[in-house]
Design a protein around this ligand. Structure first.
Ligand code: FAD
Length: 433
C-alpha cells in the first residue's frame, strides 16, 4: 500500500480502508469529508506515475475487496463489474462466456478495472478497439462527500443530457472513486495471426502500417514498434529468443484478430508478401503456433524485466501525431546523446496510436540531472504539439510538466471541476493538478 510500480515511495498513511460495497465506501467518504481527511484511492498499484501512493497522513482506500463480476451479457455485449476486479480475471470470464473485453495491457494480472478507468488505460489493442474510454458504457462513482452517482448505462447511444462518466475516466481519482463499471464487449476473435517484421527505418514502418490497415480492412489489432536497442535489451533481460537471426534497425510486432482463421491467415501472409515485394519490410517471421506468438509478445511485454535490470530508470510515455514519431524519436536521441553520451535510452511504443515510450536507463540520482533529462525529452514533444502523457497519466511524477501539454485555460477549468466536485480537496491531493 506504500508504493506503486514506478518505485515512487511516499509516507505512512493514517489508515487503510478496504470497503466491501459501494454503501460502505459511501459512508467512509462521508466521514472523511466531514473531517477534511485526505483520501488516496488505490487499485492494483501498477501505475507508473505515483498516482496511488500516499504522501503521508492520508487514508488509503483500496478497492481490492470489491471484485465481483456481476453480469456478463453476450447478447447486449456488456459486462458489469466491480472496480476492484483484476483485469485478467474479467478478460478470462468474458472469454469463457464467448466475448472479448478489449482493454489489454502488460499489467493485466495485477491492475484493477477501476484503475484502468481512472487512468484511461491504453495498451496493446487501442489501434483496433480504442482506449479504455471508448470501451466504457457506464460507471458508478462515489463523490468526495459520499454521494453515489449511479450512471450504469448499458447502451452505446445515450444523448440524454451530458455524459458525465467522461469526467471520471482518466481523472486519476481526483474527482471521485469508481466503484462499478459497465464495459462494452466485442465478438471473440476465432484466431490471431502474429508476425515480427524488420524494417530499415521509421518511414518504412509508416508505409507498412498504411498498407496493412488497407489490405486487412482495419483488422490490425496491434502494431508495436521496437527500435533495435529495445529489442536487444529486452531479449537479454528476459532471457528470450530473438525472432530473427539477423539484426535490423527497426522491428514491428503486428497482429490481426481474425473472424475466419483459415482464410484470414492467408490474407495476413499475402499482405506481408506484398510489403516485402514493395521493399517496405526487409525480413519477417510469422508465428506458427500460439506459443510462438506468445514468445514474440514476451519481447514487447518484457519492459518489466528491463526496468528491473536497468533501475533507476526514467520512463517516458509521450504521444505525437503518428507521422512525427520518427523525427521526434531522432531528436530526443540527439538531445540525450549530446548531453549524456554514456546513458542508454531505449525506444519502443504503440506506434499505431502515435504513442512512443522511451526508457532512459541507470539515470543519475540528483534532481537537477533528472529535470534536465526530462526537459531534453519534453521540449521535443512540446515542439511537435504532443502530449507528455499518452497513457500512464500525471500522478506526482509528471505534474511539473503538465503545462507543456495543457493551456492555462484548460488547467483553470480542471481546477474549477475539482472545486465543484471536491471543494474540500480531500481526494488524492497533490496528484495530477
Ligand atoms: P493504481 O496504480 O492502483 O492507480 C492508478 C491511479 O488510479 C491512481 O491515481 C489511483 O489513485 C487511481 N485509482 C485506482 N483505482 C481507482 C478507483 N477505483 N477510483 C478512482 N481512482 C482510482 N498503462 C497503459 O495505459 N498502457 C499500457 O500498455 C501499460 N502497460 C503497463 C505494463 C506494465 C508492466 C506496468 C507495470 C504498467 C503498465 N501500465 C500501462 C500502467 C498501469 O498498469 C495502468 O495505468 C493501469 O491502468 C493502472 O491500474 P491499477 O489498478 O494498477 O491502478
Amino acid at each position: 500500500y506504500l508504493q506503486d510500480w514506478s518505485g515512487c515511495a511516499g509516507g505512512q498513511p493514517l489508515a487503510i480502508l478496504r470497503p466491501r460495497s459501494t454503501d460502505e465506501l459511501s459512508r467512509m467518504l462521508a466521514i472523511c469529508h466531514a473531517h477534511g481527511q485526505a483520501v488516496v484511492p488505490q487499485g492494483g498499484l501498477t501505475g507508473l506515475v505515483g498516482g496511488a501512493v500516499p504522501a503521508g497522513g492520508e487514508v488509503v482506500v483500496s478497492l481490492e475487496r470489491m471484485n465481483r463480476i456481476e453480469r456478463i451479457d453476450v447478447d447486449s455485449g456488456t459486462v458489469i463489474v466491480e472496480a476492484g476486479a483484476i483485469l485478467q480475471t474479467v478478460q478470462e470470464a468474458c472469454r469463457d462466456a464467448g466475448a472479448l473485453l478489449a482493454v489489454d495491457l502488460g499489467a493485466r494480472g495485477s491492475c484493477q478495472v477501476g484503475g484502468n478507468v481512472s487512468t484511461n488505460a491504453g495498451g496493446n489493442r487501442v489501434i483496433r478497439y480504442g482506449n479504455t474510454r471508448d470501451l466504457v458504457l457506464g460507471l458508478e462513482v462515489v463523490l468526495a462527500d459520499g454521494t453515489v452517482l449511479s450512471m450504469l448505462n448499458q447502451m452505446v447511444k445515450n444523448n440524454a443530457g451530458m455524459d458525465l462518466k467522461h469526467l471520471f475516466i482518466g481523472s486519476e481519482g481526483v474527482l471521485g472513486i469508481v466503484t462499478r463499471v459497465v464495459f462494452k464487449l466485442q465478438p471473440l476473435p476465432r484466431g490471431v495471426s502474429t508476425a515480427v517484421v524488420a524494417l530499415q527505418d521509421y518511414p518504412a514502418a509508416l508505409r507498412f502500417l498504411r498498407h496493412a490497415q488497407q489490405s486487412l480492412s482495419g483488422q490490425v489489432s496491434a502494431f508495436e514498434i521496437m527500435w533495435n536497442n529495445y529489442l536487444v535489451t529486452a531479449v537479454d533481460a528476459g532471457k528470450l529468443r530473438a525472432p530473427l537471426d539477423t539484426s535490423y534497425p527497426v522491428y514491428v510486432l503486428i497482429d490481426m484478430h481474425c473472424g475466419q482463421p483459415e482464410t484470414d491467415a492467408g490474407r495476413f501472409e499475402a499482405m506481408l508478401e506484398q510489403a516485402i515485394e514493395a521493399g517496405w519490410i526487409l525480413d519477417g517471421a510469422v508465428a506458427q503456433s500460439v506459443a510462438e506468438a506468445e514468445s514474440f509478445w514476451a519481447i514487447r511485454d518484457g519492459v518489466a524485466e528491463v526496468l528491473r535490470d536497468y533501475a533507476p530508470t526514467l520512463n517516458f510515455d509521450v504521444s505525437v501525431p503518428i507521422a512525427h514519431i520518427g523525427d521526434c524519436a531522432a531528436r530526443i536521441r540527439e538531445n540525450l546523446d549530446r548531453d549524456w553520451p554514456a546513458l542508454k535510452a531505449l525506444f519502443f511504443g504503440h506506434v499505431g496510436d502515435g504513442n512512443l515510450h522511451v526508457v532512459v536507463c541507470k539515470v543519475p540520482a540528483d534532481h537537477d540531472s533528472l529535470m534536465r533529462i526530462e526537459e531534453a525529452v519534453y521540449s521535443v514533444v512540446r515542439t511537435h504539439g504532443g502530449s507528455i502523457s499518452a497513457e500512464h497519466g500525471i500522478g506526482t511524477l509528471k505534474r511539473d510538466w503538465l503545462h507543456y501539454s495543457r493551456s492555462e485555460a484548460e488547467l483553470a477549468l480542471m481546477w474549477a471541476l475539482k472545486q465543484t466536485l471536491d471543494p474540500k480537496k480531500i481526494l488524492n491531493p497533490g496528484k495530477m493538478l
